[in-house]
Ligand binder design. Structure first.
Ligand code: MN
Length: 424
């Protein structure tokens, strides 16, 4: 392991006095600190296997060096993150990029690193080498039944890999849609897709969930066959109890009120999972909380309120995952920042005085409602997130330790300057 527990302990020892001072102040200021810390310790965010290397854009890709080039190395990178922050205890795989050649060995490695397998992701948005039929004009929406059958078979294959590894969910994101008016019959595209999803759903084990992810546009630019939460909700409702909508923060049209979408999906029992990222314009896949931290907090506020209303377990009843891509930052540093932003927004949402907020709402006290939310958002809860990490055995300042321990230089030394992760 590149970072040892004694290195983490030494790092924590150095920062402990200053941390204690900040924590003490916060504890004197707010109520329910212990409850928030315990919830933070339980809250884990899955890391996608494709976020560990430079993602690039359609204009270019700039490798940072030392990237993982096989599934084992991807697991090791996430194990490293988890060791630092104790909040990244799960990996989300992508098939065919991460086909486990020896599932038992992969399971053992994951267990050694304290990782579990989160949602499995299928891929019918690219053609793979040796693939019989092309997805150029869609997969599940395709006019040719043989192409649709191929897409169904692929998703079933992904489920089977997931069963071997102990995953419990399948995320289906389809690039299907059209680039020009007239290209598609919308009704036919919807019904073909529904029929295919139904076939995949039939292959889903009883204790699995199926997440239908939507996206407004890109790679298709005129229509998308699962284009928004309404369409995803329609598919999930028609499929059955094991099907849910997955919300990816970057998959909306500009200025969409994502917190309201989340609230309604939760209240209908159809919110299944989350892909965290941030964006300025489109599906930018930037670091979580880097552009719109207040929106992230408002989303978490709805999540906490809505999950509590349904008696759900924050840590386990929804799928929490990062879905990001990076071209200019060290991917591991970026992921540490994303996880920190998610936990901070979660902590702030836990701080909201829900009783007072409800009273303000019931008396139409608009100014008070705003004050209550912004008070929570503007309280610096970083010491609570750090304390949760400390108690779980992680580092007080994961990013600082990552740099001090020269993790990237060590990875480059081990793996080389020019490595490219599979799928990127
Ligand atoms: Mn996504």
């Amino acid at each position: 392991m590149i970072i040892s527990q004694s290195q983490i302990d030494a790092h924590n020892e150095k920062g402990l006095a200053a941390h204690r001072k900040r924590l003490e102040f916060l504890t004197s200021e707010i109520e329910g600190v212990e409850d928030i810390i315990n919830k933070l310790i339980d809250f884990q965010i899955a890391i996608p296997s494709w976020a560990l290397g430079s993602g690039g854009t359609r204009f270019g890709r700039f490798s940072g060096g030392g990237e993982p080039s096989c599934l084992e190395e991807k697991l090791e990178d996430i194990g490293l993150l988890h060791r630092l922050n104790r909040s990244s205890g799960a990996i989300s795989l992508h098939i065919p990029w991460d086909i486990p050649r020896d599932p038992q060995a992969i399971k053992n490695l994951a267990a050694d690193l304290g990782l579990r397998f989160d949602a499995m992701n299928s891929n019918t948005f690219q053609d793979q080498e040796g693939q019989a039929l092309s997805y150029k004009f869609g997969s599940m929406q395709h006019v040719d039944k043989a192409v649709r059958r191929q897409a169904i078979e692929h998703n079933i294959e992904v489920i089977n890999y997931g069963i071997e590894l102990g995953s419990k969910s399948l995320t289906v994101w389809l690039a299907d849609g059209s680039c020009f008016p007239g290209q598609l019959n919308f009704r036919r595209a919807f019904n073909n897709t529904l029929e295919c999803l139904q076939e995949v759903y039939k292959a889903l084990p009883d204790d699995w969930k199926m997440f239908v992810e939507y996206k407004a546009y890109e790679p298709n630019f005129y229509s998308t066959t699962v284009g928004d939460w309404g369409q995803s909700f329609l598919y999930a409702s028609k499929l059955g109890d094991k099907a849910y909508t997955l919300v990816d923060l970057g998959h909306h049209l500009p200025n969409a009120n994502i917190e309201q979408i989340v609230a309604l999906l939760l209240s209908e029992g159809k919110l299944g999972g989350f892909h965290f990222n941030d964006s300025k314009y489109g599906d930018d896949d930037l670091t979580v909380g880097s552009i719109k931290p207040y929106q992230l907090f408002l989303i978490f506020n709805e999540l906490v309120e809505g999950m509590d209303a349904r008696g759900m377990n924050h840590a386990t009843d929804l799928g929490w995952m990062i879905d990001a891509s990076h071209n200019v930052k060290d991917p591991l540093e970026d992921l540490l920042q994303s996880v920190e932003a998610i936990k901070l927004a979660y902590a702030q949402a836990l701080l909201v005085d829900t009783k007072a907020l409800n009273e303000a709402q019931m008396s139409n006290d608009v100014a008070a409602a705003q004050e209550i939310l912004q008070h929570a958002f503007r309280t610096d809860l970083r010491p609570l997130v750090a304390e949760a990490r400390l108690r779980a055995g992680g580092a007080l300042q994961p990013l600082q330790l990552f740099r001090d321990a020269k993790v990237r230089q060590q990875l480059i030394g081990k793996r080389g300057e020019k490595t490219v992760a599979t799928g990127l």
